[in-house]
Design a protein around this ligand. Structure first.
Ligand SMILES: C[S@@+](CC[C@H](N)C(=O)[O-])C[C@H]1O[C@@H](n2cnc3c(N)ncnc32)[C@H](O)[C@@H]1O
Length: 307
C-alpha cells in the first residue's frame, strides 16, 4: 500500500518535472489571453496548472512548443475551434447537488413563501450563471418544484443554465449522473425527480429536463446575451476567478436581467463593497443576496427633482 503511494507520488513528480519550462514573459502572454477572453485570472501559484493543461493538449495535437501552440490558438478558424477545447480544460467545473442548502432555504423564505400572497405570479424564471455540469440548476429545480407541488401553487418554473464550457454543458444536457453524486440529496427529492439509467447512474426525470435550457454564454459578453428577465439569478463560485473590476462589471450587467423584486444570489464572500443603487442587500445566514428594487432609485430621483 505504502509502496504504491510512493510510486504514485514519484510518478506525479516525474510528470511535473517533465513539463517544459515557460518563461515569465510567455506566461504573462498566456495569462492575458485567458483574462481577455474569459475574465479568468490565474495567480502565480497556478502556473503548474496552466503548464500541465497546455502540455497534455499539445501532446494530443503533436505540438511540442508553447510558442507554436499559442500561435495556433490565436489564429484563424482552427484557432477559434481549438480555443473552445482549451477553455474546457482550463475552467474548474467543481460542483455538487444541493451544494448550498443555506441558499435554498433563503429562496424558500425570501421568495417561495411569498408566492401565495402574490396572485399574479404564475411563472418563475431562474438563471443559474456558471452552471458547470448542471448539478446547481437541477438542485434548484428539485427544491422549488417540490415546494410548489406540495403547496399546490399555480406556478410554472423554467430555468436557464449557462456556462462558457461546452463540455460541462453537454453533461448537464444529458442529465445523467453517477449515483454517488447524490449523497447530499434528500431521499424524497430523489424519489420524485430521478430515474434509474443503469446500475450506476441516475437520469434526472423528464418533468425537470423539459423545463431547463442549457446555453453557452461567456460572462464577458453579457451585453450581447438574449437572456430575458429573471425572478432569481444565482451566480456562485464563479466570480472568484475574476478580478474585482470584472466582478463588478458582471454584477451590474446581471442586475439588468432581474424583474423588480428579483433576487441575485452569490456565493458567500464572492464580492464585498458592491454598491448598486438599485440593489438592496438581504440578510440570511451564510448567504450573500441582493434584491432588485429600482423604485428606490426612482424615489430618490423624484425627491431630488421635487426638492
Ligand atoms: C466552480 S464552477 C461553479 C459551478 C456552480 N455554480 C456551483 O457553485 O456549484 C465555475 C464555472 O464557471 C464557469 N466559467 C468560468 N468563466 C466563465 C465565463 N467567462 N463565462 C461563463 N462561465 C464561466 C466555468 O466553466 C465553471 O463551470
Amino acid at each position: 500500500m505504502i509502496q504504491g503511494r510512493e510510486n504514485l507520488v514519484s510518478q506525479t513528480q516525474w510528470q511535473l518535472n517533465e513539463l517544459m519550462p515557460m518563461s515569465d514573459a510567455e506566461y504573462a502572454l498566456w495569462l492575458s489571453l485567458l483574462e481577455e477572453r474569459t475574465g479568468i485570472t490565474l495567480p502565480e501559484l497556478r502556473k503548474s496548472f496552466l503548464l500541465s493543461k497546455l502540455s497534455i493538449r499539445m501532446q494530443e495535437l503533436g505540438i511540442n512548443q508553447y510558442k507554436s501552440y499559442f500561435a495556433y490558438v490565436t489564429h484563424g478558424k482552427a484557432g477559434r475551434v481549438e480555443w473552445e477545447t482549451l477553455v474546457d480544460r482550463l475552467t474548474v467545473h467543481e460542483t455538487r447537488f444541493f451544494r448550498d442548502t443555506q441558499a435554498l432555504s433563503f429562496i424558500k423564505q425570501a421568495y417561495l413563501e411569498k408566492l401565495s400572497l402574490d396572485n399574479n405570479n404564475s411563472n418563475i424564471h431562474i438563471w443559474s450563471v456558471g452552471c458547470a455540469t448542471g448539478e446547481e440548476p437541477f438542485s434548484l429545480m428539485m427544491y422549488i418544484d417540490k415546494y410548489i407541488t406540495d403547496k399546490n401553487e399555480k406556478c410554472y418554473l423554467s430555468v436557464t443554465a449557462s456556462d462558457i464550457s461546452h463540455d460541462a454543458l453537454a453533461v448537464g444536457k444529458k442529465a445523467r449522473y453517477h449515483k454517488n453524486r447524490f449523497t447530499n440529496v434528500p431521499v424524497d427529492y430523489m424519489d420524485h425527480y430521478l430515474e434509474d439509467a443503469d446500475d450506476d447512474h441516475y437520469l434526472v426525470n423528464d418533468s425537470l429536463r423539459k423545463r431547463i435550457c442549457f446555453n453557452r454564454l461567456n460572462l464577458l459578453e453579457l451585453q450581447k446575451s438574449s437572456v430575458g428577465k429573471m425572478d432569481i439569478i444565482i451566480c456562485q463560485n464563479v466570480l472568484i476567478y475574476f478580478k474585482r473590476e470584472t466582478r463588478l462589471a458582471i454584477l451590474n450587467q446581471l442586475v439588468k436581467h432581474l424583474v423588480p423584486g428579483g433576487l441575485l444570489i452569490l456565493g458567500a464572500g464572492e464580492i464585498t463593497g458592491w454598491n448598486n443603487p438599485d440593489m438592496n442587500s438581504m440578510k440570511h445566514d451564510g448567504v450573500l443576496a441582493f434584491q432588485y428594487n429600482p423604485a428606490a432609485t426612482e424615489d430618490m430621483q423624484k425627491q431630488r427633482y421635487d426638492a
